[in-house]
Design a protein. Structure first.
Length: 549
């Protein structure tokens, strides 16, 4: 592979949730050989990299986000040789691989936790966050877990509580402990030596808690509304300033960056949730000494309204400084974007294309989630078909994650949409996705899939889209617009966020001409030079090669 230090800057990264991508061995669960099988498809999209959700050894209580051995591939996904082959074959096609490291917590089945919970004196006694009960026996403070109830669980052996931000089977590592950090750096070395191109750092905002274990205050009216969870989650009643999102994580990030810099061309991508995730993401990426990029929940949690989109982009730009963001509008933790927007069924395609154009024209890198290139809506699963403990605990208010994790529809005619030949899959294939299968879209030049390919190609051709500045224009609802700009080119990017036709007048600061071939499917037309008529969810790009000063 040739060296390209900044390959991640402006890259399009395709997220694979391996359980639901392709199942090659017929056990109903996707696997690493399945990803390898689809490398040509991935290359045909024009993406730069894939991020693979965890495939490490795990009891799968949180479907891989509960790791019991950081160096082993879980047998349901294959073998380390499968990963090695996948990596080589991806590299041959010019695709980088980012793996998902879950270092905020382990599984309770990890041998470190077995040792740690055995006594208060063993050599790993403080590898996790242990604390005494209050005098009345209740947990040490008011911190809550994302997945419901207190963030503390009692352990009868040590007669102490341990901290967990997610399930009680996901005990939080004590990242204040230098021995734990040393072990984490060794794990990083193992994968970097193998040749992976970077890490997505899971739940980075939960890494370093307040060492004094102070209570989180109550969230009051003017505080930021958290985007990384639904408001039906009682955690949203708190301002999470002590349990997570503390500034103490920054020194860790800087050490990790310095360490990873020893391997050329690698990148670190952090997940920044918590209260005000934009501010946190910004603090993780500034100064050139921290992460290469981070992603926040501004658009991931949003309904893509005029306010959500324009305010999020403006806020990010104000806070980001010299840092770099990676945008995403869907992932394995959210409701798929066309459903989150409540786009009418007959306009799903138009909405999917508009989000594509919007996401891929922002300043930053972009993570697209498997199936986004097909415009998939969220699968509607019955309660008995849910698998995710989070969805189950918040049902029916938040059936949010499983419906975005159902199997990829590859082939309209095949069992389970071509995802697996097993009689039963780990989570149900959703029948309405058949009509959107790759086999249906592949040969239709007007499909969402083929528009994605064109849009990714367009983004590569236009330096203003990859590297230019961004300036959000003041536009009336529901039109959102921004300008991407280099010294010699200005690209005006305009989106109708509504299912209704809209008219808008182009600004007269420059002479723009419409870029053709990129807005098909959700068309616009220009009348009298500057009057633009947008169809429902229409969008358009207007370029100017000789901008006025
Ligand atoms: C991941 C989730 C996971 C959680 C705990 C996240 O933010 O994206 O899927 O449940 O971390 O690891």
């Amino acid at each position: 592979m040739s060296g390209n230090n900044n390959w991640w800057r402006g890259a399009v990264i395709y997220q694979i949730y391996p359980r639901s991508f392709v199942d090659m061995n017929g056990d109903g669960i996707g696997d690493l050989p399945g990803i390898e099988r689809r490398l040509d498809y991935l290359a045909s999209l024009g993406i730069d990299a894939i991020w693979i959700s965890p495939f490490f050894k795990s009891p799968m209580k949180d479907f891989g986000y509960d790791v019991s051995d950081y160096r082993a591939v879980d047998p349901i996904f294959g073998h380390i040789d499968d990963f090695d082959r996948l990596l080589r074959h991806a590299h041959q096609r010019g695709i980088k691989i980012i793996i998902d490291e879950v270092w905020s917590h382990t599984s309770d089945q990890h041998h470190w936790f077995h040792e740690s919970r055995a006594s208060r004196t063993n050599s790993k006694h403080d590898w996790y966050v242990w604390a005494d009960a209050k005098p009345d026996g209740t947990p040490p403070n008011n911190w809550l877990s994302y997945f419901g109830g207190p963030a503390w669980t009692w352990d009868a052996r040590r007669e102490q509580y341990y901290l967990h931000h997610f399930l009680s089977s996901q005990p939080a590592l004590n990242l204040w402990n230098p021995d734990v950090l040393k072990e984490i750096f060794d794990i990083a070395k193992y994968w970097l030596d193998m040749g992976v191109d970077g890490f997505r750092l899971d739940a980075l905002h939960t890494y370093q808690h307040d060492p004094e274990l102070r209570d989180n205050p109550v969230r009051v009216a003017n505080d930021v509304i958290p985007m990384d969870m639904p408001l039906s989650n009682p955690m949203s009643y708190q301002k999470r300033i002590y349990s997570m999102g503390t500034p103490h994580v920054v020194p860790f990030i800087e050490k990790l960056r310095e360490y990873v810099n020893q391997w050329p061309d690698r990148c670190l991508l952090g997940e920044a949730g918590g209260d005000d995730s934009e501010a946190l993401a910004a603090s993780y990426v500034q100064t050139g000494k921290r992460l290469h990029m981070a992603y926040s929940f501004g658009l991931l949690g949003s309904r893509m309204t005029h306010h959500d989109v324009s305010e999020t982009v403006k806020r990010v730009e104000q806070k980001l400084g010299d840092g770099w963001l990676c945008w995403a509008t869907s992932n394995h933790d959210t409701v798929r974007v066309v459903s989150r927007m409540h786009a009418p069924d007959h306009l799903h395609k138009e909405a999917a294309l508009m989000v594509m154009a919007l996401g891929l024209s922002l300043r930053g890198s972009y993570c697209m989630y498997q199936g986004e290139e097909l415009g998939l809506p969220q699968a509607k699963l019955a309660f008995e078909d849910l698998r995710d403990p989070y969805d189950i605990s918040l049902y029916p208010e938040h059936a949010g994650r499983d419906g975005g994790r159902t199997p990829m529809p590859w082939h309209k005619e095949k069992p389970n949409g071509g995802f697996s030949f097993a009689p039963e899959t780990w989570i149900k294939f959703w029948e309405p996705h058949r009509d959107l299968a790759v086999s249906v879209q592949e040969h239709n030049s007007d499909s969402v899939l083929n528009h994605y390919r064109r849009m990714i190609g367009f983004r590569k051709q236009i330096p203003a889209l990859r590297d230019g500045d961004i300036h959000v224009l003041d536009t009336p609802e529901p039109i959102v617009a921004w300008v991407r700009k280099t010294d010699d080119y200005v690209l005006l990017c305009i989106f109708n966020l509504s299912p209704d036709q809209q008219n808008w007048t182009l600004p007269d600061d420059n002479t723009y001409s419409m870029v053709s071939g990129i807005s098909n499917g959700s068309e616009i037309s220009v009348e009298n030079d500057r009057q633009v008529v947008f169809h429902p969810y229409g969008f358009g790009f207007f370029g100017c090669t000789q901008p006025k000063a």
